[in-house]
Design a protein around this ligand. Sequence first.
Ligand code: GTP
Length: 228
Amino acid sequence: MSNSTEKTWVFQATQQLVMDYDVLLRLMILGDSGVGKTCLLRRFTENEFHPSHISTIGVDFKMKTLEIDGIKVRVQIWDTAGQERYQTITKQYYRRAQGIILVYDVTNEPSFQHIVKWASDVDEYAADKVQRILVGNKSDEVKDRQVTKEQGSKVAQTFGLDFFETSAYTNSNINESFTRLAELVLEAHRKEADNLLGSLDDYLNNTALEGKTGSQDANASTKRTCSC
Ligand SMILES: Nc1nc2c(ncn2[C@@H]2O[C@H](COP(=O)(O)OP(=O)(O)OP(=O)(O)O)[C@@H](O)[C@H]2O)c(=O)[nH]1
């Protein structure tokens, strides 16, 4: 391959990568050790389920692209360790998350009670605008259930969160949960983007008007409008 062909190929490949999505979102999964955070993520990104529990060390992440309202949304999802000893590390990632899934295990009452603690950590360490949903995982475990759907729903209502019961094992409500969180983040940030675009429009309209009324500035305002 000649040098210039190689450069063209690299440019095209890079361009392809760059064009692969419209928006990048950063989501995060929090909850006690063993509630199924890694399994939820693997089911969502790879459609796989692993019956063994290998505790996450620190933070891991996976990516997936979704299409929401015609927008290609690339989601980067951080899977955090539930074990207490990694909390100093994981808390360092909270601030950059735009959306957080708080997970408990419906067969494990203490993991449900700890949701209050996870939610207060989010309040303390995450960004003000962070979007959150509540997930009760392992809904397939009918016999061993300790937390009812109504209890989950009530806590979600108290915190003002959307609520899903999921099963990474049977693939129930997995896409729905992740997609809902991505939608909430998009909504929150779209308002911001719309406001910015609104201000830009106002600015351009005003400078265009100035251009019509004031002869001195006419050229300058036309240039500003064109360069956008
Ligand atoms: N029955 C059932 N088991 C599940 C489900 N999700 C996860 N598990 C099991 O629960 C155990 C823990 O799952 P993990 O995904 O490793 O848990 P985790 O929350 O990532 O744990 P840490 O990394 O220690 O924080 C594993 O044995 C999984 O197979 C589910 O939906 N149904």
